[in-house]
Ligand binder design. Structure first.
Ligand code: ZN
Ligand code: ZN
Length: 340
């Protein structure tokens, strides 16, 4: 492993876990959680959500993806699950094929759209990248199904979870640590969020975003995060990015969510800070986790882009299962965009 930075500068470690180092960060306490999850519901402050949404799902049989060894592509499976194909390497981010983002089969947030590609239609997965251990990002059933064949990259503290389900082919990374995987160099980068799967393991494992750097292409995966100064730092160190994947959903109410979840508007600022070229919206349209209905974040994002008179071609709100080519293969082989 390559050590990205002087460890003494890292102040996100605590005696028994991790914290968000930004001086402005204020952690929600139990009272805040109750006010949101109980009081605002009883008092009718939580808006009614539709029973269903007709989100389009592309019929993706995976044939192109299984044959593809050259094109740099991204496919939105749903929520924060992306299949990224870069330099012949197949990468999954925060894979969840389960019906619910929950510890239970019968309760907890259920899917409003099926996974955009059937699990069995996937190409062989080489690398799995995990942002943090919340149920909608670290799904036990899906990881068991993927098994020990792929190589897993996880933030510090998640190794025990993997070992418990028989996964040994992994590396735990701290923020700013990098690791090589074939032609790629992958760096664990900060995010402003939190972790925990039970009331007893809050912030005991680290949360992160990830930078994937290939020979002629790169990619930023945002995981879950509130807006924070880290975006500028990551952009300065690793930008510009061909593609940035940023969360736009589960952002309301702002008094409770702003510190730990980007709004669509925040995500556009993060895209600027990161020096993104193409933007793909994640963490929306799949699991209902917050006060806004699932069709709100993409609408708000579109309006924000319109207001700025930005070119909407650079901002991707994909249908579940949709694949886009990020850069044509010959572009990557030449290594120069100027010639085209
Ligand atoms: Zn989360
Ligand atoms: Zn999440």
């Amino acid at each position: 492993m390559l050590n990205g930075q002087d460890k003494s500068k890292l102040n996100h470690h605590t005696a028994n876990g991790f914290r968000n180092p930004s001086p402005e960060f204020k952690k929600n306490n139990l009272f805040d959680a109750l006010r949101w999850s109980v009081w605002e519901r009883i008092t009718g402050k939580k808006p009614e959500h539709p029973e269903n949404y007709d989100f389009p799902v592309v019929d993706n049989d995976g044939k192109f993806l299984r044959g593809n060894k050259t094109e740099y592509t991204v496919t939105w499976v749903g929520h924060s699950t992306l299949l990224v194909q870069m330099e012949g390497i197949n990468i999954l981010t925060d894979p969840i094929w389960s019906e619910r983002g929950s510890p239970f089969k019968f309760a907890g947030p259920k899917r409003y759209a099926p996974p955009g590609i059937d699990f069995d239609d996937l190409p062989e997965i080489d690398l799995v990248i995990i942002s943090h251990n919340h149920y909608d990002h670290l799904d036990k059933a899906t990881i068991k199904r993927l098994g020990n064949k792929p190589f897993y990259l996880v933030p510090l503290g998640i190794g025990g979870f993997l070992r418990d389900i028989g996964i040994t082919h992994f590396e735990e990374l701290d923020w700013w640590d990098s690791i090589k995987f074939n032609s790629l160099e992958i760096t664990c980068t900060p995010a402003q969020h939190f972790s925990g799967r039970t009331p007893f393991d809050q912030n005991k494992t680290l949360w992160a975003s990830w930078v994937v750097k290939g020979q002629g292409s790169n990619f930023y995966f945002g995981g879950d995060s509130g807006y924070f100064p880290g975006y500028k730092e990551i952009g300065k160190k690793f930008g510009p990015f061909d593609l940035v994947a940023l969360p736009i959903g589960a952002y309301m109410p702002r008094w409770f969510m702003a510190q730990v979840h980007l709004s669509p508007k925040d995500a556009l600022q993060a895209y600027i800070d990161l020096q993104g070229k193409k933007f793909i919206a994640i963490h929306w349209g799949t699991f209902d986790l917050a006060d806004e209905p699932l069709n709100n974040p993409p609408e708000v994002l579109k309006k924000e882009i319109e207001n700025r008179k930005w070119n909407s071609d650079n901002f991707w709100l994909l249908a579940h299962g949709e694949t886009r080519i990020i850069k044509p293969a010959n572009d990557l082989a030449e290594g120069t965009e100027e010639e085209l």
